[in-house]
Design a protein around this ligand. Sequence first.
Ligand SMILES: NC(=O)c1ccc[n+]([C@@H]2O[C@H](COP(=O)([O-])OP(=O)(O)OC[C@H]3O[C@@H](n4cnc5c(N)ncnc54)[C@H](O)[C@@H]3O)[C@@H](O)[C@H]2O)c1
Length: 252
Amino acid sequence: MNKLKGKVAIVTGGASGIGRATAVLFSGEGSTVVIADLKDDEGSRVAEEIGKNGGKAIFVHVDVSESDQVKQLVEKAVKEFGRLDVMFNNAGIEGPVKRTEDYPVDTFDKVISVNMKSVFYGIKHSVGEMRKAGGGSIINTASIAGLVGFTNMCAYTASKGGVIQLTKTAALEYASDRIRVNAIAPGVISTPMVERAAEADPEMMEGIKKAHPLGRMGTPDEIAKAALYLASEDSSFVTGTVLTVDGGYVAQ
Ligand SMILES: NC(=O)c1ccc[n+]([C@@H]2O[C@H](COP(=O)([O-])OP(=O)(O)OC[C@H]3O[C@@H](n4cnc5c(N)ncnc54)[C@H](O)[C@@H]3O)[C@@H](O)[C@H]2O)c1
């Protein structure tokens, strides 16, 4: 119940899917939660819901692909709640489904900015506050698409591969500050993102679902529980790892 008692956590992409489930779970474990997202209505609703259930949460409008906005997000969390213990760099977009030769250059840049540069900004701007707090946990949402190739998703796979390398590098750089840095690599999880991708290419999505040895998609709660493990003292000796939560996808 109280695995994050007294902690302050930022959850980017907290208005929907995995981020939403994680914000709610973190709050249930005693954390104050700062929900950062582009979606004002949905994000505010998550904060309200947490408040109604006795937790403490605020929503902050942030575009994670803008360094200054991520910096201001961290400043806001610390101004409001006095410290920062957990940074969940989770916001992301899937981008279009197109072969590499047809993939628009500006869209490639956008996916890299939202999915990967955001993680750089999230690490860059949070480690100083975590050091002041005596340590912390940074968790980055990668993907199985950062570990193996997926056709027609060149920007997404590249961005998530980059997230894994940013994770490992920061883990080495900040271990002596007691800041642990880990990534989660979800398999296909039933969130609005996947519903959008399924609409774009139903056949590919059906194939991907079947390719999970456990024979189904994961749920946002199953990823939230992995994030809780990495955020809490349960993972006190874990840093620089990529935790696959993928129904066995990459074991094949
Ligand atoms: N759903 C899956 O199958 C799956 C699998 C592997 C990895 N992931 C990753 O999990 C993370 C969460 O995805 P999800 O499935 O919950 O999707 P989702 O679309 O339900 O949620 C993503 C959230 O990120 C927010 N967001 C997007 N761009 C943003 C920006 N520039 N600034 C701030 N917020 C922004 C969206 O508004 C949304 O609320 C993403 O990084 C995604 O790549 C998802």
